[in-house]
Design a protein around this ligand. Structure first.
Ligand code: AMP
Ligand code: ZN
Length: 565
């Protein structure tokens, strides 16, 4: 059924759609011709032979003559009548029996057959295929993931049950595509799912459940399932998913943390054993305006400052980096060290009020996050949310200025812009920045292409659905051996190369040789992780290293020490 629908869909797209319009016009032309002939027929019959026929009889006569059926039940008996009948027959042959079929073949059938002959979808992978990543469901998130997989030269296969999509992905985008249904065990066997490295299930929640069950009836390959409804987490686990990712909830939390202007709220991004990577806004802390050296964060807490975010720019800091009002610190350290920092920066003096524009799943998750802190917020949406009965939003179109003004945006310290339309998000960011130069604006980008426009419109922070989703998936694929802080900077773990054992950090010449910096050392035998070690720290054999660097620096490390691990 599905394939018939997708075949029919072919005629509703692109050039075929245009041709369909031509066909429709031609049919209208034929209809008009029949009506005109029927009228002339009635008039000739009446004036030449004194016989009266209804209009329906006229149309019936025209059609039988034009199609050369000619039953002969109604005929002319005069010369002008014969001539008219001959003209109708000939035009029938030309317009109905020659031009119409010719048009149908050349405009529809031939291109369709040509396409079918040109593209033969792949139905299964070669028997020896192994270690591949199977991707079900292509959207901006999996596309961002695919870009990461391509840059790491990892083997992936996209599975699509839509012929047109399979054709497009394979021919236009050059992906390896298998055409088949995700719930068909035979298709999954043909995908060599048992030998695959990971399965990414990015379909609807019910389809993902079905896929997990089908895979589990065949093998134990790990599955990461993206879900829409956080309540479905248990269901998907039950169906056999190894990792269930409630992305919208995660995105909401991300937006929530970044919108708060309150310091002392570290947001843990990732962790490596006991080492956590967290972000904390500088605003509201005693560090505003100080350099990193003056702030003494490492000396007071033991935390390592591994990065600074400023309006979406990530920089690796040095002692003289100035901590601005809008800076977000990226820190590495243990839970206790983070708690110490929260105590030091703790005092909350100002009133906070966050506006959340868009009460969809992501906006709702951001609201729930703020609820738990608790930080007061006001939600605005033009529609009632069917999925939430906890929050009471202000109803109305957020792009109408009056509504935000009436809801009290002048009192807001932060603004989360999270509608499902990027143009609306850009518009809302731009107007809000214009009217409220000091408000902290965190915007959601539904598509990666709009990240820069949102920053240009004045957002302090942009959270892109696609890159967050892709980074989470990539972390899973790489077994959390690395955390992506931003495109181009990663924190990753490696074993200490044997040749460096016994040397100090300075002697190891790690930074001059590879560009990577050591964030922390995990000594052997469960001793405590050493965060931000001094240059004279001696590296013990069999330690783990947590490093920060660009992908090139990471590669340089592996090139230099690859064989030693
Ligand atoms: P979701 O993608 O699930 O986070 O949903 C996005 C939400 O944004 C939906 O609830 C929409 O009703 C809402 N939305 C979209 N455009 C506007 C707008 N101009 N004003 C207010 N809410 C909007
Ligand atoms: Zn809600």
């Amino acid at each position: 059924m599905k394939s018939i629908a997708s075949e029919l869909a072919y005629f509703l797209r692109g050039r075929a759609r245009k041709n369909l319009k031509v066909l429709l016009l031609y049919c209208l032309f034929l209809l008009a011709m029949i009506l005109v002939y029927a009228t002339i027929f009635r008039s000739l019959m009446w004036h030449l032979e004194g016989r009266e026929f209804s209009f329906i009889a006229g149309a019936y006569w025209t059609i039988t003559v034009m199609t050369t059926l000619g039953f002969g039940d109604i005929t002319f008996h005069t010369d002008p009548g014969y001539i008219f009948a001959a003209v109708v027959t000939v035009s029938g042959v030309v317009f109905l029996l020659i031009i119409l079929p010719f048009g149908l073949i050349s405009l529809f059938l031939a291109p369709w057959i040509e396409q079918r002959l040109r593209y033969r979808p792949t139905y299964e992978l070669p028997a020896q295929t192994a270690g591949h990543i199977l991707i079900f469901g292509v959207d901006p998130i999996t596309r961002a993931l695919i870009r990461k997989l391509q840059s790491r030269k990892l083997l992936f296969v996209v599975v699509s049950a839509d012929y047109e999509q399979a054709l497009h992905l394979e021919e236009q985008e050059g992906f390896k595509v298998v055409y088949g249904s995700s719930s068909d065990a035979q298709v999954l066997t043909g995908l060599r799912v048992a030998a695959a490295r990971y399965v990414i299930a990015n379909l609807s929640d019910p389809e993902n459940t079905n896929l997990c069950l089908t895979i589990r009836s065949l093998c134990q390959t790990p599955i990461a399932a993206m879900i829409n409804e956080p309540e479905h987490v248990d269901l998907l686990r039950l169906a056999g998913a190894t990792q269930v990712i409630p992305l919208k909830k995660i995105l909401g939390r991300y937006l929530g943390t970044r919108a708060t202007t309150r310091g002392a709220l570290a947001h843990v991004l990732d962790s490596f054993g006991s080492l956590q990577i967290a972000e904390i806004p500088i605003h509201g802390t005693p560090y505003v305006g100080k350099t990193l050296l003056e702030a003494q964060i490492r000396q007071q807490t033991g935390l390592a400052v591994i990065g600074l975010w400023e309006r979406g720019e990530f920089t690796t800091p040095d002692r003289d980096s100035v901590l601005g009002e809008r800076t977000l610190l990226v820190l590495a350290g243990t839970r206790d060290q983070l708690a110490t920092l929260e105590q030091l920066t703790g005092e909350v003096t100002e009133d906070e009020l966050i506006f959340i524009l868009g009460h969809g799943r992501i906006g709702c998750a951001a609201a729930s996050f703020l609820d738990r802190k608790p930080i007061p917020f006001i939600l605005v949406d033009r529609e009632e949310s069917p999925a939430c009965d906890q929050h009471v939003p202000v109803y109305g179109d957020a792009t109408g200025r009056q509504i935000l003004h009436k809801a009290g945006i002048d009192r807001a310290s932060g603004l989360i812009v999270t509608t499902n339309d990027d143009s609306t998000n850009i518009f809302l960011t731009l107007t809000s920045r214009h009217l409220h130069p000091h408000i902290r604006i965190v915007a959601r980008a539904n598509s990666d292409e709009n990240v820069n426009q949102l920053y240009a419109a004045g957002a302090d922070f942009v959270v892109s659905n696609a890159s967050v989703g892709a980074s989470i998936l990539m972390n899973l694929l790489e077994h959390k051996e690395s955390a992506f802080l931003t495109e181009g900077i990663a924190v990753f773990r490696r074993q200490l190369p044997a040749s460096l054992a016994g040397k100090t950090i300075t002697e190891s010449r790690l930074r001059p040789q590879t560009g990577c910096s050591i964030v922390a050392i995990e000594p052997p035998e469960d001793a405590e992780t050493q965060v931000s070690p001094e240059p004279e720290t001696r590296l013990e054999a069999a330690s783990g290293l947590i490093l920060i660097g660009t992908p090139e620096q990471e590669k340089a490390f592996d090139r230099l020490f690859g064989q030693e691990r």
